[in-house]
Design a protein around this ligand. Structure first.
Ligand code: NAD
Length: 260
């Protein structure tokens, strides 16, 4: 793909001041798209603005529909319309056996991981229809394809993302709007280190043993890089991806189980 192949595309990426969202926003920006992002973290938003000239930013919690409304008002002012929505926001949620989980932590996981995708899609769809078509990319996980013991709210929310994706793909295909989900395996970075640590503590094993166990679970024995996911988003938004819709695309070295 050439550096300018997405020139003119107007893209909104949620929770993109760091992590996977930051890589996605950077890749879209590098390929010529005009990009608006949101995040909870004002300092990281300011850093992203300094790094990516022309980036629009809004401090917002995507689990709150009123804040999502403000996000979309600001994004439309900045972008002048919308061609791509990347619903990236998602939290790990609590780790533990189901009977130990706090209902408030369950609710927060659902609110960030799936409710936010609805709040954003309901605002994005009229804009994408007005643009004559576009793409929605929803972040799910390999935990949206397998059962994931000790992470029930996360797995339930990520399966919900796939149901939402497949349904929107059917509703919106006739408008030229393509809707896909990406299901990454564990992504190298601070978040997965937290997941390894929480799970190691819950099971009484060392963090090193937990990391090794995760690597054994996929056929390539690999962690995923944020850039791998950004490259897949670029593909889905580019002309090469224009026949993809309703898919849950795993990028995971071929997960064989999430039993650990
Ligand atoms: P992360 O934990 O690194 O967080 C990225 C950003 O999200 C942070 O800047 C944070 O401030 C922001 N954020 C968190 N809650 C928010 C909210 N309610 N509103 C706005 N911003 C918010 O996340 P990540 O690892 O980059 O994950 C991104 C997506 O990819 C998530 O949907 C996650 O579930 C999914 N995913 C991640 C992994 C992984 O191993 N990291 C694997 C599979 C899927």
């Amino acid at each position: 793909m050439t550096e300018s192949s997405l020139a003119g595309l107007r893209a909104l990426v949620t929770a993109a001041a760091s992590g996977i969202g930051r890589a996605i926003a950077g890749a879209l920006h590098a390929h010529g798209a005009t990009v608006h992002i949101c995040d909870l973290d004002a300092e990281r938003l300011a850093a992203a603005r300094a790094e990516l000239p022309g980036l629009g930013t809004t401090q917002a919690d995507v689990a709150d529909p009123a804040q999502v409304d403000r996000l979309f008002d600001e994004a439309v002012t900045h972008l002048g319309g919308l061609d791509v929505l990347v619903n990236n926001a998602g939290i790990a949620g609590p780790t533990g056996p189901v009977e130990s989980l706090d209902p408030a932590a369950w609710d927060r996981t659902m609110a960030v991981n799936i409710n936010s995708q609805f709040y954003c899609a309901r605002r994005a769809v009229p804009l994408l229809k007005a643009a004559g078509g576009g793409a929605i990319v929803n972040l799910s996980s390999v935990a949206g394809l397998f059962g994931y013991p000790l992470r029930a709210p996360y797995a339930a929310s990520k399966w919900a993302v796939i149901g939402f994706t497949k349904t929107l793909a059917m509703e919106l295909g006739e408008y030229g709007i393509r809707v896909n989900a990406i299901c990454p395996g564990p992504v190298e970075g601070p978040r997965i280190e937290g997941v390894f640590a929480a799970r190691a503590a819950a099971q009484g094993v060392s963090v090193e043993a937990m990391r090794a166990g995760y690597l054994r679970q996929n056929s390539l024995h690999t962690l995923i890089q944020a850039q791998d996911i950004a490259d897949l988003v670029l593909f889905l938004c580019s002309p090469a991806g224009h026949k993809f819709s309703g898919q849950a695309l795993a990028i995971d070295g071929n997960t064989e189980t999430l039993r650990i």
